[in-house]
Design a protein around this ligand. Sequence first.
Ligand SMILES: O=C(O)CCC(=O)C(=O)O
Ligand SMILES: [Fe+2]
Length: 326
Amino acid sequence: METTLQTGAQPLILTVDADDSLLTERVAAELAAPGALVDDPEWLARARRAWSDLPTELVAGLREFRKDSGPTGSMLVRGLPVGHATLPPTPGKPGSVQREATVSAAVLAMVASGLGDPAAYRPEKTGAIVQDVVPVPGQEDYQSNAGSVLLTFHTENAFHPHRPDFVMLLCLRADHEGVAGLRTACIREVLPLLTEESRQALFSKEFITAAPPSFGLDGVGTEPQAVLHGAVEDPDICVDLSATEPTTVRAKEAMAELQELFDRTAQTVRLVPGDLAIVDNRVTVHGRTPFRPRYDGQDRWLQRTFVLTDLRRSREHRDGDGHVLD
Ligand SMILES: O=C(O)CCC(=O)C(=O)O
Ligand SMILES: [Fe+2]
């Protein structure tokens, strides 16, 4: 089999063949030396350099996606190495992150360096570049990635002026029943289906988005802002169905319509180990279907890294020109 790039109405799928997967594993394994730490700027610099050692087809496919994320604003890379042979039990503690450099962390750091630069937010998961997305006992009902009820559609960190450009989710372990689905919906598909009234409302500054409690901002919201902005024919979207409040009647109606259209156009993917989902957070919202965790060390386990395509723009938020925003 060859590393292939498939296009169409479905999300872009790039399947890494066995040879390319082995090559990727070799490059990642060099970065995953004992004692190496993901959040060490030196290690991130090594990952940045190693990006160009990745298989040509993979590098080319990601580079194309960076330029144009297509009608679904998402891409699925399949067949990546995730250090399967030595995978420990799925962590279950709140705020769990990946500090030691592993094969999966190296894959995330290298791909992030190809799409832009890896970035994190200090108040969230202690600013770790590679974060665990795992179900946490007692947090089942939370509208966060530690929950297991339906996670509603959201732009990642919608309240933040420097929200991620891409959200990467790498699957290390699927849920027991294989039912947990990452859902994505793209404004490029929704826009033509919106009524004119809703479109106008969504382009107006009639929405306030609260910061999540994890950011310690005590429910502080944004100034009223628009859900859609930029090019009228291909706008960016910024909305969180659990955290964005409409401030007018028409804005409320527009949000209800948006929710209905997200549901109608959504793509759902049940990630399996070695799958990397990349969401273009500027045009695509994401969420997750419910699932049943067992807390037995074999639960669903994704690792997440955010990408900023232009790190420079957030310089005032980043101490010492590092990768972590305050
Ligand atoms: O669990 C998932 O598939 C997505 C979770 C999520 O929204 C996130 O980690 O940002
Ligand atoms: Fe998310």
